[in-house]
Ligand binder design. Structure first.
Ligand SMILES: Nc1ncnc2c1ncn2[C@@H]1O[C@H](COP(=O)(O)OP(=O)(O)OP(=O)(O)O)[C@@H](O)[C@H]1O
Ligand SMILES: Cc1cn([C@H]2C[C@H](O)[C@@H](COP(=O)(O)O)O2)c(=O)[nH]c1=O
Length: 211
């Protein structure tokens, strides 16, 4: 049975997207589901190399336009090389971040404007949008504290932005969720990890079953 569905995980830093994706992946494996779990920026060699450049804390001189274009370039390559083929093969695709991250981090956080950032992304990805997006909502101070508390988590060039930047990002996500309630499912990420995993698993399972 073809179950191609494109689901993205979005949210501010430390909201738990990566941790939850890992657990959901295990459950999909146990259910013998054909799926691809991937991330942005990255997921393939070229995009991982672009990721290194964007997130390197030493690259302090990077202009906001350059940053937006690099994210869009990584997204284009990742989409065409990995995501589209998986969807065409009938797989469930789960992706840790996608276009909404650019709309809020570059469009709102950096102040480039959502519509300008959307336009360069339309060039990068055409009409492809996620079927559903799970938005992990969390106060940025809590997410950043989670990252800092775990010494294994390195702070990247975006993590070290001011709290005010991260608060704009969160507000941007909540605004997007208001504008697109059909696509964006808002969840409260300020709960114990196992509770969040359970909720997200039920959402993913029902989306796949509805397909
Ligand atoms: N619900 C939770 N409660 C407490 N700690 C959590 C929870 N979810 C994740 N964490 C911890 O917070 C840190 C960040 O989690 P994770 O990497 O999953 O977040 P993320 O949303 O992917 O962050 P980023 O976008 O910055 O990569 C990790 O140390 C993780 O163990
Ligand atoms: C896709 C995308 C990401 N970002 C930011 C968000 C995070 O700070 C980093 C990615 O790190 P993570 O640990 O994998 O979450 O990049 C962005 O600003 N714009 C984007 O399009």
């Amino acid at each position: 049975m073809v179950r191609n569905i494109f689901i993205t995980f979005e949210g501010p830093e430390g909201a738990g997207k990566t941790s939850v994706l890992k657990e959901v992946t295990k459950r999909l494996e146990n259910a013998h589901m054909e799926f691809l779990a991937t991330r942005e920026p990255g997921g393939i060699r070229i995009a991982e190399e672009i990721r290194e450049i964007i997130l390197n804390p030493a690259n302090t001189e990077m202009d906001a336009h350059t940053e937006a274009l690099l994210y869009a370039a990584a997204r284009s390559q990742h989409l065409h090389e990995k995501v589209e083929p998986a969807l065409q093969a009938g797989r469930v695709v789960l992706c840790d971040r996608f276009i909404d991250s650019s709309l809020v981090y570059q469009g709102i956080g950096r102040g480039l404007g959502v519509e300008k950032v959307r336009a360069i992304n339309e060039f990068a990805i055409g009409r492809r949008m996620p079927d559903k997006t799970i938005l992990f909502d969390l106060e940025p101070s809590i997410g950043l504290a989670r990252i800092e508390a775990n010494r294994k988590n390195e702070m990247n060039r975006l993590d070290v932005e001011s709290l005010a930047f991260h608060e704009k990002v969160r507000a941007g996500y909540l605004q997007l969720a208001k504008e697109e309630p059909e696509r964006i499912i808002l969840i409260d990420a300020n709960r114990p990890l196992d509770e969040v995993v359970e909720e997200v698993w039920l959402i993913v399972k029902s989306l796949i079953e509805e397909k």
